[in-house]
Design a protein around this ligand. Structure first.
Ligand SMILES: [Zn+2]
Length: 110
């Protein structure tokens, strides 16, 4: 049985690793774009690379957003406000925090 800090630090580790991989992929696509006319929509290969690059960029943004939420949750943990609904102030059930360690509201307020 691991506590919320273990869960959050694990989540931060995994998200940071994922972000590093995604940023590496993104750089790969940027480099590939340079070799082809990636932004030229008449170049089929370039258009594919540009599309995939955008997909990866979206994933990078998602991972960054998630990391921000995880950091915020760790800050709340330090402040002693973690696991409390930010709207009604009631405790957020453990089952919910296990599924979503970054939750800031209880199920009722979500
Ligand atoms: Zn609530």
């Amino acid at each position: 049985m691991s506590g919320p800090r273990d869960r959050l630090e694990d989540e931060r580790r995994r998200t940071t690793a994922r972000l590093a991989t995604l940023r590496g992929d993104y750089r790969g696509f940027v480099d590939a774009s340079r070799d082809t006319n990636a932004d030229d929509e008449h170049d089929p290969e370039g258009a594919t690379i540009a599309f995939e690059r955008e997909q990866v960029a979206a994933l990078v943004r998602q991972a960054e957003q998630h990391l921000t939420e995880v950091e915020a949750a760790l800050t709340r943990l330090d402040a002693g406000t973690y696991g409390r609904c930010s709207r009604c102030g009631r405790p957020i059930p453990d089952e919910r925090l296990e599924v979503r360690p970054t939750a800031t509201t209880c199920v009722v307020c979500a």
